[in-house]
Write a protein that binds this ligand. Sequence first.
Ligand SMILES: Nc1ncnc2c1ncn2[C@@H]1O[C@H](COP(=O)(O)OP(=O)(O)OP(=O)(O)O)[C@@H](O)[C@H]1O
Ligand SMILES: [Mg+2]
Length: 511
Amino acid sequence: MLATAHTSALLGLDPRPVRVEVDTFRGIADFILVGLAETSVRESKVRVRSALLQIGVNLAEQVLVVNLAPADMKKSGGAFDLAIAAAVLGALDKVPAGSLNSTLILGELSLTGAVRPVRGVLPQLMGARDQGVRCAIVPRDNGPEAGAVQGIDVLTAETLEDVRRHLSGRDPLPRAEAGDYEPALGGYPDLSDVKGQHGARRALEVAAAGAHHMLMIGPPGGGKTMLARRLPSILPPLGYGEALEVSVIHSVAGVLPPDSGLVRRRAFRAPHHTVSDAGLVGGGVPPRPGEVSLAHLGVLFLDELAEFRRSSLEALRQPLEDGSVTISRAGFRATFPARPLMVAAVNPCPCGYFGDSSGRCRCGAERVQSYRSKLSGPLLDRIDIHVSLPAVEVASLRTSQLGEASHAVRERVQRARDAQRARYEAGETCAATNAQLTSRELDKVAAPDDAGARLLVHAVEQLGLSARAYSKVLRVARTIADLDGSDAVRSPHIAEAIHARVLDRERATSS
Ligand SMILES: Nc1ncnc2c1ncn2[C@@H]1O[C@H](COP(=O)(O)OP(=O)(O)OP(=O)(O)O)[C@@H](O)[C@H]1O
Ligand SMILES: [Mg+2]
């Protein structure tokens, strides 16, 4: 008898429907799987056979022919197990074949018949719903993320036996619980721990307010890593739409925290400098998101920037430019969103003390130059704010006075972001934050008043700012004005933007 079950596969973040057709007839036991199944899918024969045996369905003397359609799409992973087992049950008349209609089935099976969680349940349910599927069965452990999808009836299963009983109309499976979405604040270290370093704290606030990428240069132990780890604590809470976007990526990567449903706080990703290019920007077959996508709408922290392989840093350039990563391989293309706020830290030289007033740096000019040349120029071009951190003064460290707390800074950042949203939703530009403004858009929304314009001209002449650095100054000045609650970009805003060492690449790597 022939039976059909419905499941799906992912290409990047895009779900593609897959039909599981099973035909059975009596003969010398055989299990034939066709439909461009890779090794990981072919192994499902062993799991399905064993799981079915556990619930008393013996496939001895049965020839099973399983077809995964469409046949021209490569299929991998164990997520088809449960749908294959359900279709086999239908074909053997152990459940009514009609019970499989219009139901999306996702889940891997263990040899004992337990239903194991799979990646990408969130986008697959959203895709199925959009294609008019009314009901879905997913692993119990994927329940929290599945509950976030509205407009489709999502049931959760713990074992294959549960699924059989449900399909036979005996014991209905429980529904995935739809939890209310509430963004999580806190959970990150607080900015009040950072003593002194007023310039860098302010730069961090400006970076958060305008979503500007930022580079911190300074001697060891000055608090660069400490500050970067506190950046998520001053970003605005993650809105529901943003949480869905981020959760879809984390679901596909299989890193959604168990039991919590959607991601509720901004991601903070700090890949080690030995990370592979694919680990950083995504890749593999099937394609998986990399760190730059896992940090989408959160923070990507590149500590010890000079230690990263040059190829890794070059690979980051396109995602940071486009806000997305496209992975092309023979036969498919997958796109992952990638719009993190990038913060990087680097020492000024190999020993770390170049330019330090103590004079303890022993690196020769050549060593310093070769160290700095490791930084990728094109990547630095994407960084609006370059800030130097001096060593922390002993007086600052000895004080018992705490720095300003994250929540107070976050409120100012939120107001500046609100100002940007109001401006950009009006449709004058394609940008959502100041960091995304193009030079042409800057002329519209960040043209300084007369005094500001004079100051800018002066800076261009005196400091020899390149056209790129000129745009960076204007972008950052626009954010400083937003933090100041000012519609106009005025000279103090321009002055601070210049003073915040918004340097072009040449200056950043040679000063
Ligand atoms: N401004 C500061 N306020 C309070 N503590 C600080 C400050 N700066 C550094 N520290 C202390 O020094 C430790 C090291 O700081 P951190 O790791 O942030 O320095 P770093 O600039 O990243 O150094 P490296 O270049 O070696 O990575 C921190 O864990 C903290 O205890
Ligand atoms: Mg550090």
